[in-house]
Every structure is written in C-alpha cells, then in structure tokens.
Design a binder for this molecule. Structure first.
Ligand code: GDP
Ligand code: IMO
Ligand code: MG
Length: 427
C-alpha cells in the first residue's frame, strides 16, 4: 500500500512544509493527522511564501486532495482565515476535505490554555496558546465538540451545553474568567457550519479506498518526535501523537498501509517553548544559527532556541518512528560557522548514554559529548547534487547518516523547492 509518513525528527520546525510541498506531486492525497494551528509550515510556491497552520502543505497542487484527519483539532476561525488567504493567493480550497471525526477548538479552549499557562508560572510549558491542549483534554474526557456536530444545530447545542456545564465552572471558579452561553456560541458557529459543511467527509473510507486503488497518500506530520505526548520530553510536549504511529490513528488507516517513513531533521536543532535541550547554545554561535537560519516561530514569532545537531535524538527518532529515510534541511546555515559540533552521546552522573535517557531527570541534566568536524565556510545554496557540495559538507552528511543508521536521501540547502539535493529518495 503506497502510504508514506513524513515526520519531524527533532522539536518541530525542521522544514516539513518545504519537503511536503516538494514531494507532494507524487501523491494523490496529503493528510494532516494530528495537531492544529500550533503548527506553522512555511511553503515557498510560485515565488510566494505561505505560512500554513492547518491545511496540508500539498494544497498548492490542483492534482492533490488535501485532507484534515480525525487526529487534528481545528480552530474553525483559523481554518476559514487560511482558506480565504489561499483563495486570495490564487490557490483553490474547493478540494479540501475535513474528517467528520476531527475535534473543534472552541473559544473557551483558548481561554483555558492561556489561564493554565499563567497558573503554571515559571513552570509554564510555553504553549502556542492556540487552545490545543484543552481541546485534546476534552477529547479524552469525552466532552469534545466534533466537526460532525456542525451538521445538526440541535445536536451542536446539546453538546455545547454539556461542555459548558463544566467549562463555565472552571472558567469562573478556578480562574475568575468570564463564562459563555450556549446561545452565543451557537450564533458564532452558524456561519462557520455553513462554510465548512461542504468539506466534511468520511476520511477513513476515502483514504482506505484510495490506498486499495494503489493511489499514493502522504501523511504530513506536525510538530516533531520530541514534542510527542508519549515519546517526547513530557511534560514539555504538545498534546498529540506527532510520531509516525499517529498517522494511522489520526486518519483511520492501518499500519500495513505505511511503507515508508521519512524523517526531517535540521543540520542543527531548534526548540520553541520550555523544556530540556542538551545541546542548546547560549553563545554567539547560537545567535549566528538563529540569525542566518531565520529562526523565528512561524506561528508565534518567538525566537527559537538553537543548538548543535544531536545525533542521540535523531537516532531515537529513527527508532520510535521506524524511519526508512532521513532528510537533512538547512545545511546551508552551517556555512556560517568555522567548526561544527555533533552530539554523539550524553553523560549523566558518570553514565554514558547513547540513547535518550528514560527519565526526564537524566535528560534534563545530560551533558552532551561532542565530536568536532571542520566547517566548509562557503555558500552551498546553489549546489544541486551531492557531489557539488564541498567535501566537508559531504563528510558531515555521511557522518550523521552513520550515527542515525538511516540513509539521508535528501538534503536541503535553501528554503525554496529547487534548493534540494535528492540522493536516493523515491516513492
Ligand atoms: P516546519 O514547521 O517543519 O514546516 O518548518 P517551518 O516552516 O516552521 O520552519 C522552517 C523554516 O526554514 C522555514 O522558514 C523554511 O522556509 C526554512 N527552510 C526550510 N528548508 C530550508 C533550508 O534548507 N535552508 C534554509 N536556509 N531554510 C530552509
Ligand atoms: P511545527 O508543525 C515547534 C511547541 C510549543 C510548546 C509545546 C506545546 O511548525 O513544527 P502547544 O501549543 O502545542 O500546546 O505547545 O509545543 N510547539 C511547536 N514547536 N513547532 C511546532 O509546530 C510546534 N507546535 C507546538 O512551542 O513548547
Ligand atoms: Mg513550523
């Protein structure tokens, strides 16, 4: 079955949007399977730079059906804004399909995200404050409002009333915030329902039929392996399954539908928000990576924390996702540094770790053990084949490939589609 999953192998922002957009023409469907508008995927298409938060990065190709799967949480205001933006830019959103089983981010989820972060004080997670965590909490608590509830105003109202029973008490008594009425929310959602109903479909059947007909389906992950609710740096994670397994749960296809898993990793590493980060740089090298790499969040505009490539993390990502291929992005950014360091292991209390430690305490206090490699100090953004890269850059890729135990089948040397070296990738 020709299903391929694309996942972030680090803490997000690895360049998933660019690579999805690059390989999308080989697919009939591109499916987002988790997360919501906490994601920010930058795509440069036809000379236009687009920031996509909810709609899959394949939307720019008329041959592709973009799908938002059941594993996603959807802020309908953001979705409609994004659809309008794409239409203004000349890209049709008519083909967009939304799973009837996906959950909606409700206005109170935004309030609860902000209030919960505030109450955590210095222990805050540094969320995107987009209501993601509270929406997934309601899903698990069986108080969620789903996309299919938009189909019937009476059912929608009943569900909202049931949710507000609890939400209003929490908003008022716990946080001292204004409460909501079901009537006001129903009025707010009436035009939303009108706009979104034509896009609602049974995604599970659609994708299984497509796969059975040998059509190619690309599952586009959001966030990254280390932000996964189970396998990430809990509690400093997002609230969904970003790893490859999430693609099956978040879309309704079985694991046998997946035959390749492409991990995306930067040639260094970044993180937004709080949480442990062993190879984080606090010196001018970190500043150089941030400046040259343009490391500002696509969603929140926050400065991303930057550090050296961590091979322990990517090896872990290879394991938990079952990576068959690796794509290294932003290699061009390393042209700015003299010597490059790669973290090959950690040390904590006299013990050497070559895999991510099982306890958060050990990971928090892990000291990176580095190997140094020479830099290449020249512009590589025009290189289009592996052989055109300077020897030091080739050696760097071969080195991290060996450490990951996964073939590096693509290397990106700039943000646009054509600034990519394909080295053995094929669907
Ligand atoms: P995503 O969330 O994984 O899709 O990544 P983002 O779009 O949030 O962040 C990646 C940023 O790096 C975007 O601004 C991309 O345009 C840019 N980018 C992607 N690949 C490359 C590359 O190889 N070189 C450079 N210089 N920029 C890149
Ligand atoms: P893409 O898809 C980087 C981070 C937030 C915060 C944590 C929890 O563009 O790679 P949330 O709002 O999800 O509850 O926040 O997760 N985070 C991301 N960091 N890239 C992302 O998405 C992220 N989505 C969430 O900064 O630390
Ligand atoms: Mg991003």
């Amino acid at each position: 079955m020709p299903g391929i999953v694309l996942v972030g192998a680090q803490w997000g922002d690895e360049g998933k949007g660019k690579i999805t957009d690059l390989i999308a023409p080989d697919f009939s469907y591109v499916v987002r399977y988790q997360g919501g508008n906490n994601a920010g995927h930058t795509v440069i298409a036809d000379g236009k730079t687009l920031a996509l938060h909810l709609i899959p990065s394949g939307i720019m190709y008329p041959s592709i059906t973009p799908v938002i799967g059941n594993g996603c949480v959807i802020d309908p205001h953001v979705l409609i804004e994004e659809m309008d933006m794409l239409e203004r830019e000349g890209f049709s959103t008519e083909r967009l399909i939304i799973s009837a089983k996906a959950h909606l981010i409700m206005p109170y989820h935004l309030d609860l995200d902000a209030a919960s972060e505030k109450s955590l004080g210095k222990n805050e997670i540094g969320t995107t404050k987009r209501g993601i965590g509270p929406a997934y909490m309601d899903k698990a608590a069986r108080l969620g409002i789903r996309v299919q509830d938009l189909l019937d105003p009476a059912i929608f109202k009943l569900k909202v009333e049931a949710a507000l029973e609890e939400k209003n008490r929490v908003l008022d008594k716990l946080y001292g915030l204004p409460t909501y009425t079901a009537e006001a929310i129903c009025a707010e959602f009436e035009p939303i329902a009108k706009r979104l109903i034509p896009h609602i479909a049974n995604v599970t059947t659609l994708l299984n039929d497509a796969l059975a007909a040998q059509e190619y389906v690309l599952f586009e992950g959001a966030q990254g392996t280390l932000l996964d609710i189970d396998h990430g740096t809990y509690p400093f994670v997002t609230s969904s399954s970003c790893t490859a397994g999430g693609a099956t749960i978040g879309s309704g296809v079985g694991p046998t539908a997946i035959n390749k898993v492409l991990g995306i990793a930067k040639a260094y590493i970044t993180r937004v928000g709080s949480g442990p980060f062993p190879t984080e740089l606090f010196d001018e090298v970190g500043e150089t990576l941030a400046t040259v790499g343009g490391e500002y969040g696509t969603t929140t505009g926050r400065l991303r924390r930057c550090g050296w490539y961590d091979a322990v993390i990517v090896r872990y990502a290879a394991e938990v996702n079952g990576l068959t291929d690796l794509c290294i992005t932003k290699l061009d950014v390393l042209s700015a540094v003299d010597t490059i360091k790669v973290c090959v292991a950690y040390e904590h209390e006299g013990k050497r770790y070559t895999t991510v430690p099982d306890t958060q305490t050990a990971f928090h206090h892990a000291t990176p053990i580095y190997e140094e490699l020479p830099g290449w100090k020249c512009d590589i953004t025009a290189c289009r084949s592996f052989e055109e890269l300077p020897q030091e850059a080739q050696d760097y890729i071969v080195y991290i490939e060996k450490l990951a135990g996964v073939p590096v089948s693509m290397v990106a040397v700039g943000p646009s589609r054509e600034q990519t070296i394909v080295r053995g990738w094929g669907v």
